[in-house]
Design a protein around this ligand. Structure first.
Ligand SMILES: Nc1ncnc2c1ncn2[C@@H]1O[C@H](COP(=O)(O)OP(=O)(O)OP(=O)(O)O)[C@@H](O)[C@H]1O
Length: 300
């Protein structure tokens, strides 16, 4: 196991009766890394997260955290782990401060940390108001605040930004980034591909309990070989004038395989003298849809 591998999942299987929700998944998350867990509804993401949390017992396989196998509850108790569940339900009658004090007592954390976190999450002005008076964004920030109260080594986030406005989403990912820089290993379960794309190190795409593809966005681009689009006025002109480029163009568009990108760039600059162009790369959303559409062919 690499020295900085904080979460190590090996051949993890979860069966509910005859049904396999998670089938032979292996993955690693390193210190200071954010992994996005992506997949369709029912792909097995929550089952995987619940096994990491120890809420659901694996049918077989191994989970190692901070170098310890966490098969038994007593091993797991030594792991400093934060968790933000999807649709977290907080104690609505308690104030924000009381909620965090409750979690602080549970995790044996000094109350001074509560005040610090309330301030950090912009909730100090509402700390004495009942949670039921909080907006969706404030509740989510409070939920996030309880998850990071212990300055965890591992943070598991299930749909942390669903229903949040773009600014609130950005705030969440800034916090995730801060924790990452402090060495926290983070797993984010999400369907918000456009939001998550610029905020993760790697994605793990699953369907029907199985891994479809994993890696950083650049690796996934190479794996899927989704085409890149060369754009610009000078490109259009070059397509019209250059016979070779014309053979590459489809509907007057220069859509190129990943593997041919360097060659075409060289041809454009050195042979055609075209320097003024942009390159549109496929995004995480394109990669995800490609993986899902081709999943039965077992092609990344
Ligand atoms: N306790 C359970 N008993 C039986 N089947 C279950 C149980 N929990 C989950 N499943 C099934 O396992 C599969 C995976 O569910 P899971 O909740 O892990 O998916 P998910 O990827 O998190 O989905 P979503 O994106 O909708 O949250 C689903 O078909 C679900 O119905």
């Amino acid at each position: 196991m690499p020295i900085n591998s904080v979460i190590q999942v090996q051949n993890l299987i979860k069966q509910y009766g005859e049904f396999t929700a998670v089938g032979n998944i292996s993955l690693q998350v390193h210190a200071g890394e954010t992994l996005a867990l992506l997949g369709h509804n029912g792909a097995g993401k929550s089952s995987l997260i619940k096994m990491l949390l120890g809420i659901v017992k694996p049918t077989s396989g191994q989970i190692t955290m901070m170098g310890k196998t966490v098969t038994h509850e007593k091993d797991r108790r030594q792991i400093n782990l934060g968790y933000l569940p999807e649709n977290i339900s907080l104690y609505e009658k308690l104030t924000g401060k009381e909620v965090l004090n409750y979690f602080a007592a549970l995790k044996r954390i000094d109350k001074s940390k509560v005040l610090q976190v309330l301030e950090e999450f912009g909730l100090e002005h509402a700390q004495d108001n009942p949670v039921k008076s909080y907006s969706k964004g404030m509740k989510q920030r409070l939920g996030f605040a309880q998850a990071i109260l212990s300055s965890p080594d591992i943070l598991l986030l299930d749909e942390p930004t669903v229903g949040l406005d773009p600014q609130a989403s950005l705030f969440m990912y800034q916090k995730i980034d801060e924790l990452k820089r402090q060495g926290c290993a983070i797993v984010v379960c999400t369907h918000e591909l456009a939001v998550v794309e610029d905020n993760i190190d790697r994605a793990f795409i699953m369907a029907n309990g199985m891994e479809l593809a994993s890696g950083c966005v650049e690796t996934l681009r190479q794996l899927t070989d989704l085409k890149v689009l060369f754009k610009g006025e000078e490109i259009n002109q070059a397509i019209a004038e250059d016979e070779f480029l014309n053979t590459l163009a489809v509907n007057n568009q220069l859509l190129i395989h990943q593997v041919d990108k360097p060659r075409v760039m060289q041809y454009l600059t050195q042979h055609c003298g075209v320097y003024n162009f942009s390159i549109e790369e496929p995004g995480l959303s394109d990669i995800y849809h490609h993986c899902m559409n081709n999943r039965h062919q077992n092609v990344a």
